[in-house]
Design a protein around this ligand. Structure first.
Ligand SMILES: *Cc1c(COP(=O)(O)O)cnc(C)c1O
Length: 415
């Protein structure tokens, strides 16, 4: 008799983006003359750059000839790409990462969702609040999170690290409790960090990140470091990789994506780094388990796409993707400065394409959504959709066109 995985049934419906879409379409229907501007999008809008397109075309042609045709890609990625990442990413940062510690994948969403499979079902998970929903939901599916409290929006067995105005939207190390760790003496085993952050746009300094690495090594925890927005960093003391920190080879897994730095959201490419020095309490190497998992469940990212990814690191590719990021960050600056001048309390937008604002007059996130849609015809994302600590906040993104961004912010300023 067939039965479903009951852990899936525990997941509360994620209605955030469908609720937004419903509200926007009913407003548009009632107000056909209004031009609605969307600053809620979490997807890039600029096309793939010429260097990437050229590499893809070339790779397509290789597929057309028996001499150069490629079948199954190596499970863990082509060495041309893994070697390039070592040279162009990690050596440049002075980080000691070897090519065989890099696992090429189809993106950071799948990797950040799948990585929990290699850990014991009883490990205690810690996440920031607000947070990218994938980390929690995949642990729910794995039966690791206890029971859900609809009133608070929290899972009983997850350690939440609130990121609020009080701590500059940067999580604090678990502290307090009888033996010095965690609010209820809960010591996390698996800690998810994402910097620069989605949704808050906040970052962490190198010395702050070093404290997390030291903490993880002290309690024998592992940090999953989602660096999807690394390319947006503009400030000098913000680390581009967790491997800039001493001791990270013993405790940190880093996840990277080609989506936000090079526009691969529809093209799909990412990678995960697992140093061979990370071992569990019994001395088992995490690297071996992930290699086994990858080899069993994944048949490699397509050759054409890995060639396109290699081109991102060429001089031309770096220049061209850098221009795209500069375009988005010009939008971010306009949003940030415009909202500040209009009296809003805003953060983010300096090392990330996200601007996080406090709703005025203690409005709820959804009330502010309705207000902005009705009065300025601008769409954003309610902060409460990313977790209870996001309540009273609102996310705007810099992924729109410059013209629309300017028009939207100028409308908000006039309110
Ligand atoms: C967009 C995003 C990713 C990227 O996911 P891909 O699957 O590589 O497109 C990963 N993490 C966060 C926090 C993101 O916002």
């Amino acid at each position: 008799m067939i039965k479903v995985n009951k852990d899936y049934l525990k997941l509360p419906g994620s209605y955030l983006f469908s609720d937004i879409a419903k509200k926007v379409s009913s407003f548009a229907e009632a107000n056909p003359d209004k031009k609605i501007i969307r600053l809620g999008i979490g997807d890039v809008t600029q096309p793939l750059c010429p260097a990437v397109i050229e590499a893809m075309h070339k790779a397509v042609d290789e597929m057309a000839s028996a001499d150069t045709f490629k079948g199954y890609a190596p499970d863990l990625g082509y060495s041309f790409l893994r070697d390039t990442i070592v040279e162009k990413v990690y050596k440049k940062l002075g980080a000691d990462i070897k090519a065989d510690e890099i696992f090429i994948s189809d993106g950071a969403k799948s990797d950040s969702g799948n990585i929990q499979e290699i850990f014991d079902r009883d490990v205690k998970v810690a996440v920031c609040d607000p947070v990218y929903p994938v980390y929690v939901d995949t642990n729910v599916m794995a039966g690791r999170t206890g029971s859900y409290d609809a009133a608070t929006g929290l899972w009983s067995d997850v350690i939440y690290m609130p990121c609020t105005a009080d701590n500059g939207y940067s999580p604090e190390l678990p502290s307090g409790g009888k033996d010095g760790f965690g609010p209820d003496n809960k010591v996390p085993d698996l800690i998810y960090l994402c910097f620069p952050n989605n949704p808050t746009g906040a970052t962490i300094t190198k010395s702050q990140l070093q404290q997390w690495v030291d903490y993880a090594n002290r309690v024998n925890a592992v940090i999953i470091y989602d660096a999807a927005y690394e390319a947006y960093i503009s400030e000098a003391d913000v680390p581009h990789s967790i491997y800039e920190c001493e001791g990270a080879r013993e405790c940190a897994i880093e996840i990277r994506s080609f989506s936000k730095n090079a526009g691969f959201t529809g093209t799909r490419l990412g990678f995960t780094v697992i140093p061979k020095d990370i071992k569990d309490v019994d001395g088992n190497m995490l690297h071996s388990l992930w290699a086994r998992r990858h080899g069993t469940k994944f048949n490699g990212a397509p050759y054409i796409i890995q060639k396109a990814g290699e081109a991102v690191y060429s001089d031309e590719g770096q220049k061209q993707t850098g221009e795209q990021i500069a375009y988005y960050m010009k939008n971010a600056r306009y949003i940030l400065e415009g909202l500040k001048s209009a009296g809003y309390t805003v953060s983010g937008g300096v090392n990330a394409p996200y601007i996080w604002l406090k709703t005025p007059d203690n409005m709820s996130s959804w009330d502010f959504f309705d207000f902005l849609l009705k009065e300025a015809n601008v769409v954003g994302t309610p902060g409460s959709g990313f977790g209870p600590s996001g309540e009273g906040h609102f996310r705007l993104t810099a992924f729109g066109s410059y013209e629309n961004t300017v028009e939207a912010i100028d409308r908000i300023k006039k309110l």
